[in-house]
Design a protein around this ligand. Structure first.
Ligand SMILES: NC(=O)c1ccc[n+]([C@@H]2O[C@H](COP(=O)([O-])OP(=O)(O)OC[C@H]3O[C@@H](n4cnc5c(N)ncnc54)[C@H](OP(=O)(O)O)[C@@H]3O)[C@@H](O)[C@H]2O)c1
Length: 230
């Protein structure tokens, strides 16, 4: 049975990935900050052992290694999905430089790299061999014509650079690294005006992942399949 490890699987886009994959009879390791509070996720539990909920805080640099001791066997999809927007002060260049900037980098950019480091061999031992990084179009430098959002943009640009290097370094293990923009999705982060539902976003992302092949390695994709500029 295929197995996905998904971070931030307790709400938003990550929760929908867990829901759809459970429905397709996958085994899911859902890595969440507060397992006790993950009621929407627990409500998806088919009760047959296919949903495992583990504690994971992306702001803790050692979290990926701790997780590794709890997750056995091949991992078909390692989905580094958890992420934060960062403080409101980031919209003004005079206040954007802050300690919180560094916290966001830790969660959005460093934690996915630590996950890849901890789990690459288990991904390589699977059938699908996919590492998916939940980035954002806001991390595209070419696409930035509205400014602001210094912290979030920089953290996702850094994640894109991490993903590109991983795609080169893990190619010989047969791993495909996909750098993904979900679209503007109606979640707590995306707000109510987003133009995609979580279901539409995840339909698209799972379709991309199902088609993953070496020609897609290290590319930046919208959930609608479009290639995005760096
Ligand atoms: N929604 C959009 O339009 C959009 C657009 C572009 C990119 N994205 C990206 O898509 C991903 C998911 O976003 P979303 O819209 O689903 O956001 P969301 O509804 O705000 O969910 C964020 C998820 O990340 C988790 N998370 C945050 N900090 C964490 C930490 N330190 N350790 C572990 N988990 C943590 C949250 O867990 P808690 O419940 O514990 O906080 C939650 O599960 C993010 O990487 C985001 O940047 C979203």
């Amino acid at each position: 049975m295929p197995h996905a490890l998904i971070t931030g699987a307790n709400r938003g886009i990550g929760l929908e990935h867990a829901r759809q994959l459970l429905e397709r009879t996958w085994t899911i390791t859902a890595a969440v900050r507060d397992p006790d509070a993950a009621s929407d996720l627990k409500a998806l539990d088919p009760g047959d052992g296919r949903l495992r909920i583990v504690k994971y805080d992306a702001s803790d640099l050692g979290a990926a290694e701790s997780l590794k001791s709890q997750v056995e066997g091949p991992i078909d999809i390692l989905f580094a999905n958890a992420g934060v927007m960062g403080p409101a002060s980031q919209n003004d260049y005079r206040t954007a430089a802050s300690e919180e900037f560094l916290d966001v980098i830790r969660i959005n950019s460093v934690a996915p790299l630590a996950l890849a480091g901890a789990f690459a061999d288990q991904v390589a031992a699977s059938q699908m061999k996919v590492i998916a990084l939940q980035s954002s179009r806001m991390g595209s430098i070419a696409d930035n014509d509205s400014g602001g959002r210094y912290v979030y943009r920089a953290s996702k640009a850094a994640l894109n650079a991490v993903g590109k290097s991983l795609s080169v370094d893990l190619k010989d293990k047969g791993i495909t690294v996909l750098i993904l923009h979900p679209g503007w999705v109606r979640t707590d982060m995306g707000g109510p005006n987003g133009n995609l539902t979580v279901t539409e976003c995840v339909d698209g992302q799972l379709d991309l992942i199902a088609r993953a092949n070496p020609a897609m390695n290290g590319r930046f994709f919208h959930s609608n399949g479009q290639d995005l500029p760096w």
